[in-house]
Write a protein that binds this ligand. Structure first.
Ligand SMILES: *Cc1c(COP(=O)(O)O)cnc(C)c1O
Length: 366
């Protein structure tokens, strides 16, 4: 089926200051048809379609099963509850990540233990994880940031349950294994601008049917006999139908993103002053983000790109430890936050626009 993956509407979009956006969902007529067909059935809330989406995701990633929920944050929250993480417990996370992780930890009244990242891959530094594991450590949340797998062989070795955060990396590969198959559980997000979307949505995948059953029980409050606290974290069937349709295009989305990344990396190589993203051997990067490190001031670079109609961003808004009163010494995290800049990348970004971004990057970052 031919699908025009090239942006053609942005010049005509009113009150839109950008010619080239930083991220965009990729939704086509087939996706819209899939949603419409469910809306016409009158069975629009959690039902068969959600079950089919859970099956399709667990087959694609390679786990025994999955439980769909209404966001990635909910997926994290229920996974922590199902692992019995509670007040007094510590959960190991990087500080260089979005605040969803910290929120989920606070929902269960546990505390975060912040760990350093690797300066080349942006992912958890296993050596620092090992240093900081203590008696209170109840879980490690391992984000595979920007589409690249973390060092899983090291991280699963410490005897603390690992929750893989695959919100940015469905389809990424670590030593022949898909991310999401190596920890105790894996969480996904289907927010609008993630690798593929259900608008809002999330999922937990695991090989532990017992863990999945606990999560399945917690996402729905209705028809229960005891007084346990439960949630309304359900996904709707029309979202799941969008998810199925989108999941079938994920391999194509990944191919396009990798082609864009290759084009960036070839074109930006001559600019000696910026560091390009790395893809360590044995890993398959899916380039949810194309993140460079620059010696120029990132905030003013973002403004300069904006003047050219190009939307760029700090890929992490603010390290999590910056907003807590106890400042910790996370030098690599701080340095990364100051130097990392995310360039536009999404399946519908066409080569012409990639070339335009690169030519401006030469002026602004060179
Ligand atoms: C997006 C994201 C989340 C949260 O997902 P939501 O669906 O927005 O709640 C969690 N972790 C990471 C790494 C993310 O990128």
């Amino acid at each position: 089926m031919p699908r025009d993956l090239c942006r053609k509407d942005s010049l005509s979009t009113l009150n839109n200051p950008f010619l080239i956006h930083h991220s965009r969902p990729t939704v086509d007529d087939e996706d819209i048809q899939a949603v419409a067909s469910i809306l016409r059935t009158n069975e629009i809330v959690q039902g068969e379609c959600v079950a089919a989406f859970e099956k399709a995701m667990s087959e694609y990633i390679g786990t025994k099963g999955g439980v769909a929920v209404n966001s990635g944050t909910s997926a994290l929250h229920l996974t922590l509850l199902a692992l019995n993480v509670q007040e007094g417990d510590e959960v190991i996370i990087p500080s260089y990540v979005c605040s969803a992780l910290l929120n989920a930890i606070r929902y269960v009244k546990a505390s975060p233990c912040f760990v350093e990242i690797d300066r080349d891959t942006f992912n958890l530094d296993p050596k620092d994880v090992r240093c900081k594991i203590g008696r209170q450590s109840k879980a490690i949340i391992v984000p595979h940031l920007f589409g690249l797998s973390a060092e899983m062989d090291e991280l699963v070795r410490y005897g603390v349950p690992v929750i893989e955060d695959c919100a940015q990396s469905p389809g990424a590969i670590y030593c022949g294994r898909k991310v999401g198959t190596m920890g105790m559980a894996a969480v996904f997000s289907f927010y609008a601008t993630k690798m593929f979307t259900t608008g809002e949505g999330g999922m937990v995948l695991s090989d532990s049917t017992e863990l999945l059953e606990r999560i399945r029980d917690l996402r729905d409050y209705d028809g229960k006999d005891d007084s346990k606290v439960r949630f309304n974290y359900k996904m709707t069937d029309f979202q799941a139908s969008l998810g199925m349709s989108q999941l079938s295009k994920l391999p194509e989305f990944i191919d396009r993103r990798r082609k864009i990344a290759l084009r960036y990396s070839d074109g930006l190589k001559p600019i000696g002053s910026i560091a390009l993203p790395k893809e360590p051997s044995g890993m398959k990067h899916i380039y949810y983000r194309y993140v460079v490190k620059t010696k120029k001031d990132v905030e003013s670079a973002v403004i300069q790109f904006r003047r050219e109609g190009i939307e760029t961003a700090k890929p992490v808004h603010k390290p999590l430890h910056h907003s807590l009163s106890e400042r910790r010494n996370l030098a690599v995290t701080d340095e990364t936050w100051k130097t990392a800049l995310s360039l536009p990348i999404y399946p519908s970004l066409c080569d012409r626009d990639v070339d335009l971004v690169m030519s401006k990057a030469g002026d602004i970052l060179g």
